[in-house]
Design a protein around this ligand. Sequence first.
Ligand SMILES: Nc1ncnc2c1ncn2[C@@H]1O[C@H](COP(=O)(O)OP(=O)(O)OP(=O)(O)O)[C@@H](O)[C@H]1O
Length: 435
Amino acid sequence: MSGPDEVDLLNPVAEERYLGSLLLTASHTGLRDDALSALDPGDFADRGIGALWSLARRLAEERRRISARALREAAATGKHGFVPGVLDRKIAQLEAVLEAPRTVEGDVATVRECARRRRLVAVCDAIRQRAIVGEPGDALRYAYDALAALEQGETTRPMRFDEMLDGLWEAIDSPEARPVHPTPWAELNRRLNGGLRGGRYYVVGARPGEGKSILLHNIALHHAQQGGSVLVFSAEMGAIEVAGRMAASGTGVELNDIVAGDLASHPRAVLAQWGEQHCPIPLVVDDRERVTMGYIRSQCRRHKAVRGLDLVAIDYLQLVGSTDTRVPRHEQVARISRECKLLSRELDVAVVVASQLNREVTRRGSGRPTMADLRESGGIEADADAVLLLARGTIDDGHTTLPTDELHVYLDKNRQGPTGELTLRWEAYYARLGD
Ligand SMILES: Nc1ncnc2c1ncn2[C@@H]1O[C@H](COP(=O)(O)OP(=O)(O)OP(=O)(O)O)[C@@H](O)[C@H]1O
């Protein structure tokens, strides 16, 4: 099989040498500055040129002239940690091939593309090695994480202020370019400036059985009914169970009857009709029990490429496994939470994540949850764009405390709008929350 020569692909000698030799003459300042900001030292296969590049960048930072002489002098001080003899030899080599100045765009592009290929090949080699000698599950997790890290390194770039202003005008004049995904609840939408948005990370915290999954499923179904593409990770509950809950919330057929398979002919017909209407909605549930953020990220990325993706729901944060079990649990959870935020930014999707609360909330007389109750990590509170804390309403008749049909929603963090409190109707028998 013939194809590009691997050595050529990984080491674009001519381009690297030309770019390296640009550092030697003080006269090519414009070309050199463009190249210096466009490529990183690690982009060069030739480590000597990479080292010179790094040294040149430091001289530039110190606002010093860049030339063969300046580089030699800087290397000789030993201050920058480079071995002077090695750099001297590299400079001499480059002086021997010095070429007339030309534009650098093509050379920069070639070097950058080869660097990307080299990094990809290195990651593939490391995955292959782990696949051969390591535990397959670990190798797979490593693969997801390493490829995601590689891609992330490529997608982020700083933005100039004029580009930011262009983006701002685009957001003002073309709101359809940054759609809002309304939740099923008008009051919540009002406080969230219309609803959920891409690039944002929403946390829904509550004690067990206090409505986190119901809220997530209601949001997911509502969004998919409007045509938005939704991916739900349900480590806690099987996909069929989720379907039963969504069908109950959509039809008003009691969840108990659906779960028990005890349906009279009318509710059965209602359910069948609803099912037929809803077959095509763009909603997918992944009910794998053991997931990591690497897995979630790769599934989301694939989903987005194939079917588009607007909203990701994760039920729930503490069930997402960590790839680094050596660090304390609170650090693991903090990293997972951070990854959720990065996921929302990277794929420009709304990420809604359920989170458990710790037991402190039950010890408090009021039963009012606070962000400090988010279990195992304060990182969750810091990363989230909005935090919704749920608590069932209760009534005390002097002897016992009984739940009411209210669910209190405390919007305790809201980066883009007011915080506050609202009340929804608890209709768990239909697996839904009413306005
Ligand atoms: N068929 C039903 N009829 C009435 N209430 C129900 C029914 N099924 C579940 N519930 C109630 O719904 C609540 C479960 O809600 P949900 O699954 O959203 O809680 P959660 O906060 O996600 O809990 P967890 O942390 O355990 O996952 C519980 O209070 C449960 O008693």
